[in-house]
Design a protein around this ligand. Structure first.
Ligand SMILES: Cc1ncc(COP(=O)(O)O)c(C=O)c1O
Length: 388
């Protein structure tokens, strides 16, 4: 038989989602794949119940239900201070995951380069390769995860088509400052490069830090695609609702990929999610306070256990240094499998996020109920036993 596509020889399955399967198999607390074990807002589940009886249950309009897009446009105006036209400048997708891949296909041709920071969310590299493009990595240096502007400009000198930025950033927890974004935006304009933003953690930012939307910077609205999602903001990762926002000339292209790949996002879920998009300000304040609580509980616990970690500025991830707990010569992947099987905690090996040779870091997330986090911390208190 003829050989299969060579494109996917260059990436494996998602290590994050593999760790979820391993966690399920051995009954581990899954702190690997980032999803909450608490309920979405009751107003949304109540509305979903109603919609199950009233519909819609049939194909949606390809770019997304009109009332969803209107509500999204209102929400964007509220938080970004920018108006995106619901008819021409947005598309509702199967999570931000689809928004990102549609955007990459819409902006690039095979052989193009895409700049991204390392550590990076593992989807980015796979999606870049799927589109026949080449990632150009620029390191973010721990613990503050700053970057060297000279190294970044060197990447821009390679004539990339786009820079892909996760802000707030998974897995580092970095929230890019206004000054950093300004510097990046000036490079985008000078070298004529598009910005693809993944802003799914836009509402999970901790005290002392502020999320700035790249599209709000001077000269950037016309060259930025903002991809985001309802997954994290409303604790509905399984509803698979995301979106892309872009000027019409770019959006027309993004919609073509969306149209032929998916037809549309799920109609009943879009209908129920409108309630979420129209939620009052106090929802986001309580949501932020809940995350600050979970972060404090988990990171205080890690500190007490003497597990070195980086304190996130946003998102719900910590990167922990496991070097004191590893066996000699052990890989981070083997360590995570053992952690799940022997201690019952699922984590993601850092090597799946870093372009550099890094094998002593794991990613844990804390979007969990207090009792789940306390149980996970109790299990992590036995970490030293893994070293023997
Ligand atoms: C940075 C980042 N982008 C995108 C996604 C996926 O989002 P969605 O559920 O909207 O596809 C995740 C999920 O973990 C993520 O961490």
């Amino acid at each position: 038989m003829q050989e299969l596509s060579r494109r996917n020889e260059h990436f494996t399955d998602s290590v994050i989602r593999r760790m979820t399967r391993i966690s399920i198999d051995c009954g581990a607390i899954n702190l690997a794949q980032g999803f909450p074990d608490f309920d979405p807002p009751e107003a949304m589940t109540r509305r979903l119940e109603e919609v199950s009886k009233t519909g819609p249950h049939q194909y949606p309009i390809t770019m997304g239900a009109p009332n969803f897009r209107q509500a999204l446009s209102r929400k964007c105006e509220r938080f970004m201070g920018l108006r995106y036209d619901p008819e021409t400048e947005m598309v509702v997708t199967i999570g931000s995951t689809e928004a990102m891949v549609d955007t990459i296909f819409a902006l690039t041709d095979p052989g193009d380069k895409i700049v991204m920071f390392s550590p990076y969310f593992e989807n980015y590299r796979a999606q870049t390769i799927m589109a026949g493009c080449e990632p150009v990595f620029v390191p973010l240096t721990p613990p503050a995860f700053g970057f060297d502007p000279e190294v970044l400009e060197d990447a821009f000198r390679q004539h990339p088509k786009a820079i892909l930025i996760c802000n707030p950033s998974n897995p580092s927890g970095k929230v890019f400052t206004y000054e950093e974004l300004k510097l990046i935006s000036e490079l985008c304009i000078r070298y004529d490069v598009y910005a693809i933003m993944d802003e799914v953690y836009e509402h999970i930012v901790y005290e002392g830090h502020k999320h700035t939307y790249m599209s709000t910077l001077p000269g950037m609205r016309e060259r930025t695609v903002c991809c985001s999602s309802l997954s994290k903001t409303y604790s509905i990762t399984g509803w698979r609702l995301g979106y892309a926002l872009a000027p019409q000339n770019i959006m027309d292209r993004i919609k073509q990929y969306h149209d032929f790949n998916t037809v549309g996002a799920p109609s009943p879920l879009m209908e129920a999610a409108v309630v979420g998009l129209d939620m009052p300000m106090c929802y986001y304040e309580e949501f932020g306070a809940h995350y600050a609580h979970m972060k404090a509980l988990f990171t205080d616990g890690m500190r007490e256990l003497g597990i070195p970690f980086t304190d996130p500025q946003g998102t719900y991830f910590v990167l922990a240094d496991i070097s004191p707990f590893m066996k000699k010569g052990q890989s981070d992947v083997d360590f995570c499998v053992e952690l799940a099987q022997k201690l019952g905690v699922g984590a993601v090996p850092g090597s799946s996020f870093f372009a550099e040779d890094v094998d002593h870091i794991i990613r844990l997330h804390f979007a969990k109920r207090d009792e789940t986090l306390n149980a996970a911390l109790e299990r992590l208190s036995h970490l030293k036993e893994l070293a023997h």
